[in-house]
Design a protein around this ligand. Structure first.
Ligand code: HEM
Length: 224
């Protein structure tokens, strides 16, 4: 197994782990967005969606474990790659003028990833925790999930955090999408422009889609 260890510790190995876990997270985000769109259809639709998920709880729990592993490896390897790049090029942008041959999206992956991580901790600490573990308001026990989301989306700083995080999520996904294809060796002169366009479309849909929810609830005062 020492070959596996040395592969995982090599630069390409770390990028491979980023691409595999990142691809899984891209799929999760898409499914998560589709499910959350029920918020726009009112209380009954969203509460019904969450209750439907509870029916298949054992499957959801397995997916959540895989998701947790994907997040942990993605963040750990991202940090190691960032350190590696930093050690290799301590004064990167000033001296090498690398802003000319790399995009703002690729250069801000560490910053955007870190803010998304903070968002994720807050997000899970509110919604996931209250839905599944403990909700001091008692709304989750009554299956009033919509009211929990609505309540948080009335708090201005909570909404602001979501919107800022979703803009950075768009940045992160825009580079991450095409980067995964590159790592898998699926890029070529012919297909790279198409992959980049698809990545940008995906990133915009995710950022606008997720940000639209807190903004909508905040501006309308929540759908009654
Ligand atoms: C406005 C946008 C979003 C809303 C309204 C939302 C809503 C929710 C809700 C209600 C839950 C709890 C579901 C349950 O336990 O039954 C949840 C869980 C979760 N969310 Fe979000 N979410 C949003 C954006 C995001 C984003 C952008 C990410 C990732 C960067 C994310 C990652 C997760 C994860 C990992 C879980 C736990 C796994 C799960 O329960 O399926 N969410 N979200």
């Amino acid at each position: 197994m020492s070959w596996l260890k040395s592969f995982l510790n090599s630069s390409i190995g770390k990028k491979f782990v980023m691409a595999i876990t990142g691809s899984f997270l891209l799929i999760f985000l898409f499914v998560h967005l589709i499910g959350n769109i029920t918020l726009f259809f009112g209380e009954e639709a969203f509460n019904g969606y969450v209750k439907a998920l509870e029916v298949v709880k054992p499957i959801i729990r397995v997916i959540e474990l895989v998701l947790l592993a994907a997040f942990v490896f993605h963040i750990y390897n991202g940090f190691r790659l960032w350190l590696e790049n930093k050690r290799a090029r301590p004064n990167d942008y000033k001296i090498n003028g690398s802003s000319e041959n790399s995009s703002i999206f690729s250069r801000t992956m560490f910053v955007s990833g870190s803010i998304i991580f903070i968002f994720l901790v807050v997000h899970l600490g509110t919604f996931f925790w209250r839905f599944n573990v403990h909700d001091p308001s008692g709304l989750a026990n009554d299956h009033q999930y919509f009211q929990i989301v609505n309540g948080f989306f009335q708090i201005w700083w909570y909404v602001l955090l979501y919107v800022i995080a979703m803009i950075l999520l768009g940045f992160h996904l825009n580079h991450g999408f095409q980067s995964a294809f590159q790592t898998f060796g699926l890029n070529s002169r012919k297909y790279t422009p198409l992959i980049q366009k698809l990545g940008t479309i995906y990133a915009i849909i995710m950022a606008v889609g997720f940000a639209s929810m807190p903004i909508y609830f905040f501006l309308t005062g929540g759908v009654k």
